[in-house]
Unconditional design. Structure first.
Length: 175
């Protein structure tokens, strides 16, 4: 028996307008394609990519190439000068911009790129799972708990990716 409120079926959440319903179906199909592409291709490629990076770094024993390090050293502030000169020098040095270490800058940019891709992948997969959770009224609730746990784990991964972004911003602010 179908429940109705003012002549509108309550147990179905599908759009009533046929055009909106068609667009919604197309949207669901696009999300499904994107999620399946991520699960079948993008995630395995990322696993191989990061495994290769770890293998390279573990062989060399170095995270950074010492040949790429800046050869220029920056002098520290000399605190033995009189107060007026120290204040003047502090203001002059506060306005100087020290160049970023090129390799650290490139690594941080790569991390930002990887984090944004991870966020995109996780968001698509979460949305796909949420769109495929069956209605409990159908009696087909097998696996709903598992789907909800997977969504929670994906949310933790997404939070980690956002924290990567946040830590990069904090690093630049601290500089």
């Amino acid at each position: 028996m179908e429940k109705k409120l003012n002549g509108i079926p309550v147990d179905k959440i599908d759009p009533l307008d046929p055009q909106v319903k068609d667009k919604y179906q197309i949207f669901k199909e696009e999300i499904t394609k994107s999620a399946l592409l991520s699960l079948r291709e993008r995630i395995p490629q990322k696993i191989l990519y990061f495994n290769n990076i770890l293998t390279e770094y573990s062989k060399s024993g170095l995270l950074f190439n010492s040949d790429d390090l800046d050869k220029e050293s920056y002098q520290s502030i000399n605190n033995h000068s009189p107060e007026s000169k120290r204040t003047k020098r502090a203001h002059e040095e506060a306005n100087q911009v020290l160049p970023s270490h090129k390799q650290i800058f490139l690594e941080l940019e790569q991390i930002k790129l990887e984090a944004s891709e991870l966020i995109e992948i996780i968001t698509n997969i979460k949305l796909w799972i949420q769109l495929n959770i069956p209605r409990i009224e159908d009696g087909n609730n097998f696996g709903v708990g598992i789907q909800e746990e997977v969504i929670q784990e994906l949310t933790r991964v997404e939070d980690t990716a956002f924290n990567l972004y946040d830590s990069i911003v904090k690093y630049y602010m601290a500089r």
